[in-house]
Design a protein. Structure first.
Length: 130
């Protein structure tokens, strides 16, 4: 049974997970979210966890600011979108559909920076056309 505690829920890790990353459900377990617009992120991890271990996940429905790892440069105040490996990114220029996550409350100078993000209540898709 999943442990529930103040906006956090424990899940079994369906793969090795890194801290400060978006996760989604996959067969009842959590794995890193991808940049695919069909992925539905449910929360953020705050520590690393091996495959099969239990990890407490802060749900995106929990109010407040989240710390999430950036996949590249992000401007302060920019909308951020899901990227591969559970990271976030500025809106890509390549055509496609992207899952909007929230607003960056601080800038990232490049990949690996941990930044504060205020998530949106709903994670709508954004389409970039040519």
């Amino acid at each position: 049974m999943n442990q529930i505690e103040n906006g956090k829920v424990s899940f079994e890790a369906g793969a090795s997970l890194d801290a400060y990353r978006l996760v989604k459900l996959s067969s009842g377990k959590v794995v890193h979210n991808t940049g695919t617009d069909s992925d539905e992120p449910i929360g953020v991890t705050y520590y690393d966890q091996e495959n099969g271990g239990m990890i407490m996940t802060r749900l995106l429905s929990d109010p407040g600011v989240f710390v999430i790892e950036a996949a590249g440069a992000v401007a302060n105040g920019a909308q951020v979108y899901a990227a591969d490996d559970g990271k976030i990114q500025a809106l890509p220029s390549a055509p496609g559909d992207y899952r909007r996550i929230g607003t960056a409350l601080e800038a990232s100078s490049g990949a690996g920076d941990m930044i504060q993000v205020l998530p949106y209540e709903t994670h709508s898709k954004t389409t970039v056309s040519e």
